[in-house]
Design a binder for this molecule. Structure first.
Ligand code: TYM
Length: 337
């Protein structure tokens, strides 16, 4: 038996923001010490909403470079592009054929995104969580580190593995697929918009000022924080239901300054916004500075990035193909010779 496995991914849809980093990517780093880790850029998911073909490659490579810049180590992790491992699409089809339609129609993200897309919702958008299940199940992942918004998709992946594949095509002693668990850390699991503390920070928000992107220059970060929504009260505190913006900004400060929640709450308990906002801006700029510097280096000379992604693809492919063959065989397909 090898070490337990981890798989996670981010869509290359535009710029990655603080929510993606604090909710997901940041939590991938330490897992590299204890787990076999697979991190993919999920470009097939990125086309479930209308996309610009002229940007897809650049966005994909930028996202992969950010993984490395945020601390993913190619010596310890397989870092790859989802669409380059064909097994993802193939397992998705096999899972499609055993997944009830009404499980997908229930998905909150589908309902939210479908409303935004209007009449032209693609079959791909509905199928998004099945492809995500395929991503996870191909690697026999024990743990999937994600933000809070992905919990329902993880439950679906578990149900597909357990009820639709293992129960039907395996037996108790020989499950076909590993049943994964989500890893959702409390801090940073739900970073909220800077302009509305009741909705999450999101790539698809039309208002750029609602999010801080990981590659935003310092002046822009400072400007966005300066304009972030606040309330007329003095002093910052956690968990006051009438002050969601305060909770969010203080939470960001606690993580980005490295001080933690208790110390941050104590430090800012009597602070006015005019004093707090520059503090948060400085902490954010300082936390992102090393990531931005490493990202610039990686994008200036693509050789290293290309090498990492080629290796990652080969490593991922050998694991994924083995799992795919196991599922094909359990479902009764003729063996590929
Ligand atoms: P994506 O690109 O929408 O989000 C990537 C990760 O960022 C987290 N996240 C947040 N966390 C905290 N606060 C926020 N405001 C916030 N916004 C986003 C998400 O929870 C996610 O962990 N469906 C996945 C992509 C995916 C995937 C997978 C993930 C495809 N296949 C397999 C894990 C395993 C998603 O939400 O991407």
């Amino acid at each position: 038996m090898g070490r337990p496995r981890v798989l996670s991914g981010v869509q290359p849809t535009g710029a990655l923001h603080l929510g993606n980093w604090l909710g997901a990517i940041r939590n991938w780093v330490d897992l590299q010490d204890s787990h076999d880790t697979f991190f993919c850029v999920v470009d097939l998911h990125a086309i479930t909403a209308p996309h610009d073909p002229a940007r897809l490659t650049d966005d994909t490579l930028n996202t992969a470079a950010l993984y490395l810049a945020c601390g993913m180590d190619p010596e310890r992790s397989s870092i790859f592009i989802q669409s380059q491992v064909a097994a993802h699409s193939e397992l998705c089809w096999l899972l499609n054929c055993v997944t009830p339609l009404n499980w997908l129609e229930r998905m909150i993200q589908f309902k939210e995104k479908a409303v935004k897309q209007g009449d032209n919702v693609s079959v791909g958008l509905l199928d998004y969580p099945v492809l995500m299940a395929a991503d996870i199940l191909l690697y026999d992942a024990d743990l999937v580190p994600v933000g809070e918004d992905q919990k329902q998709h993880l439950e679906l992946a578990r149900d597909i593995a357990q009820q639709r594949i293992n129960a039907r095509f395996g037996n108790e002693n020989h499950p076909v697929l590993m049943v994964p668990k989500p890893l959702i850390l409390k801090e940073g699991a739900r970073v909220m918009s800077l302009t509305d503390g009741r909705s999450k920070m999101s790539k698809s928000d039309l208002n750029e000022g609602s999010r801080i992107n990981l590659l935003d220059p310092p002046e822009l970060i400072t400007k966005k924080i300066k304009r972030a929504k606040t309330d007329p009260e003095r002093g910052l505190e956690f968990a006051n239901p009438d002050r969601p913006e305060t909770d969010n900004l203080l939470g960001l400060y606690a993580i980005l300054s490295g001080k933690g929640r208790d110390a941050a709450a104590q430090e800012c308990a009597d602070m006015g916004w005019g004093q707090f906002k520059p503090l948060l801006a400085d902490a954010t700029v300082a936390a992102l500075e090393p990531i931005q510097a490493r990202h610039r280096e990686l994008m200036a000379d693509r050789t290293e990035l290309d090498r990492v992604l080629d290796n990652g693809r080969d490593q991922a492919e050998s694991v994924a193909n083995e799992t795919l063959e196991r599922v094909r065989s359990a479902m009764g397909f003729a063996k590929r010779r």
